[in-house]
Design a protein around this ligand. Sequence first.
Ligand code: HEM
Length: 457
Amino acid sequence: MASQSIPGPSSIVESFKSAKALITEPCGALDALAAAHGPTTQVSIGPVRLVIIGDAAHVAELLAADSAAFRWGRVARTLTIVIGKTSMIVSDGDDHRRRRSLAQPAFAKRRLDSWASRIVDETDRLIEETMGTENQREVDLHDLHRKLIRRISVRVLFGDELRARADEIGECIEPAMQYAGQPALRQTPHPFPYTARARAKKARKDVDGLLDSIIAERRSTTAEHDSDSLVDALIHAEHEGHHLDDAEIRDQIITLIGAGYDTTSAVLSWTIARSALHETAWHTLRDEAQLHIDTAAATANLKLMPYATATVDEALRLHPAGPFSPREVVRDVTIGEYTIRKGSVIAYSPHLMGRDPRIWPNALDFEPVRFLSTNPDIETQRRTAWIPFGRGSRSCIGFALAQMQLTLVTARLAQRLDVTITNGRLPNPSGLIVTRPEGGLPATIRRFDAKQAPRLN
Ligand code: HEM
């Protein structure tokens, strides 16, 4: 079949408007482009072509295509001052395969299981620290979620010995993370001091110093099998006779923190906001958690918490961490009826797929029970159109950790707190790389004590 031209804005003025909107307000811009031209569209300005794939069948073809037709290094190159030149995110070809294969075993199920109790433990620590002796507080929940996910990330990366230094390590990394979260245009290289770029470079240098001492100390004292931490797993990783050198280990550590921290905390905020604003979700989460998370979290088991799992899946459907995931096309590829030309940037959009009304009934409603269905058609639908972590050779390496954190933290918060979202409405989305709640998530939180205040059904 002859290739068709990809629909999209036809005039240069419309293309500029769409490109600007995609940078400043990506979710709204994606919705507008899909409404006007369909879920798969192209925005071209001169030789620069951005192809957005939001149609589930097209995305399936894209993610099954030969990865040699794409390159990741250049689209993500502005991130290298933070994540480093050897990060798997900016690696291509054999380098990518080797680094990813070496990091992958660090996420083995045995290690994940050992983190469950730490996730609940950190959630409890944050609740106690925030509430103090009070029963009620006005807070920015998004700020608290960021702090919590940062602590959990540092703890699973570095192990319990460095728990006391989690805030110090997190704060050291923070300026670099803030910088990496900005639009690419604001990350244009320049040599000027006292700027966000200079602060990010300094932060990365400080973190390198810290990591060097941790790696040296770990090499001299810890055998891999003695520790559940990701750092130890990376230090001792071996794949087909290859190892990661110290620079590669440092870059993968920063990558894992960077890729996991903003994404997971943003999705956590959307999950909590949606559940607290829903008629029954918060209490259903609480009832389930009461049965399955004991105080020591020894029995925290996601399989026993289907409603919490469904709640997180539903939040990820409506609020995937990133509005799109881009790669550069290095040779012409065919997707459905379209030829995507070499030199284009192609990005699939979990945001558009998760809201496609042809696939999801009442697509914009938050309804966790849709993920509890045992209907095989719905299962298939979920497999094709629910894609917040991508799929294939570049899919999210930390997806199981992210899902575990989101599920356990959501369940534990529902078990221990009542949450009232200020103004009673969902915040607007903002952010190009990660979609965060604009202006944070102001809320009133109250301690919930099940013994004193039993809920009457
Ligand atoms: C809710 C949380 C998260 C979401 C929604 C998410 C989503 C994604 C997506 C969509 C990709 C890109 C896939 C592609 O380009 O096709 C990705 C890649 C990646 N993610 Fe995540 N992620 C999350 C949390 C995490 C966590 C916790 C970690 C690590 C601890 C992590 C580490 C990575 C890495 C290293 C990559 C690059 C993989 C590669 O290039 O091979 N992510 N993630």
